[in-house]
Design a protein around this ligand. Sequence first.
Ligand code: GLN
Length: 481
Amino acid sequence: MLDETLTEQIKGIREKKYSSFELTEFLLDRIKDKTELNCFISINDNILEEAKAADKELERGSDKPLLGIPIAHKDIFCERETKTTAGSQMLENFVAPYDATVVSNLKRAGAISLGKTNMDEFAMGSSNETSFFGPVKNPWDETRVPGGSSGGSAAAVSARLCSAATGTDTGGSIRQPASFCGITGLKPTYGRVSRWGMIAYASSLDQAGPMALTAEDCAIMLKEMSGHDKKDSTSAQVEVDDYRALLSRPLGKLKIGIFEPLMKELDSATSLVMEKTIEELEKIGMTFTEIDLPNFSYAIPAYYVIAPAECSANLSRYDGVRFGYRCDEPSDLKELYQRSRTEGLGKEVKNRIMAGTFALTSGYYDAFYKKAQQVRRLIKNDFVEAFKKVDVIIAPATPSTAFRLGEKAGDPKEMYLQDVYTTSSNLAGLPALSMPAGFVNNLPVGVQLIGNYFDEAQILAIAHQFQSITDWHLTSPDIPT
Ligand code: GLN
């Protein structure tokens, strides 16, 4: 059971190789064995009951696509009667009164919720070290970070504590941890998946997506997670494809764009992984062309103005009155607000609220926030131009492999540079995935495929066909290659 993918688990339950109850018990034991990884903030106490109910439903002939499959949710998704903390002391005791659309969509497909995964506080971070609940450890090397902010989900899938998990990606939080942990992770087009019930960080960038071992598993998850939702006005009225059915279709001679300056920045070992990936993709018929993305290098500065600006507005609701942590014995109302926020929020989150508030202040708004928005438009225009020439863009996912716990924690600038290859697709709203493509010093390396708007089917199909001729995605920390 241990190394089975989501696809195999679906088959295993359907063909009665094992029941949902047996699979769930197996995973709960595995989670106990791996508590040192700190992947979960909470486990669903009712899961065995839910698994039994799923087994009964199967007996009655239900054909729900994910029936009885235990899925983990990043602890940013509200789930009814379940603690939803966003990795923060502020929400340590917050019990959500409703299910996020992502959660209810997956439940409707028959999935059962295994528990809530650890994450950087309010999804701000690239290493999981800003979590109030302590850092997650990378299953490939426990002295290293799993990436962030969806580090708990990535490490849980990589350590085989579940076959699939949800994540969110505002500037790279699905793709970077997927790359660090050797799994496949997809950030969909902005608007593809509803944000309703997902705790907001930067609303114009936040997007939920699947994290799993294979592109096929991500395809199955994405279909169930996606779709228009009238409760989220930015969710798109675009038909959801049957991603799995489209995985093996003939792709013809697709043109893949390469932006050369990105390749030049890589160290020689990572360069080699990129080159090998390109060779493999050539074998399945892809052709490669150079493209220009003249404003690419402005993505990080633009992102680190826009995201904090939006976070400063979104997080104002956590004031100790309407939501969240309240300080003890405040002397007056002002002190209640002040101390609740000072005590309840972590350092990185407060830094960003301050920076974001500054960027929105009258007198600075034009110089920072407006400028960043203008740059964002230029970045988007560059991609629109590039996609007139190519079908997909290939890029590194991260500048390095997983770094050591504590290595960058004291240096925000170093940490922000982690997002150098990922933030531009959030700013442009494009779908992008990271797929395992090799190892450097026994640590996984991911390669990124960026697709055109709402063309998740294309990047998933390329990743799937790449995975049918390689086996990086099937290596596991227990049995490395
Ligand atoms: N590392 C980035 C940040 O800290 C991205 C986070 C994310 O995508 N949620 O903002």
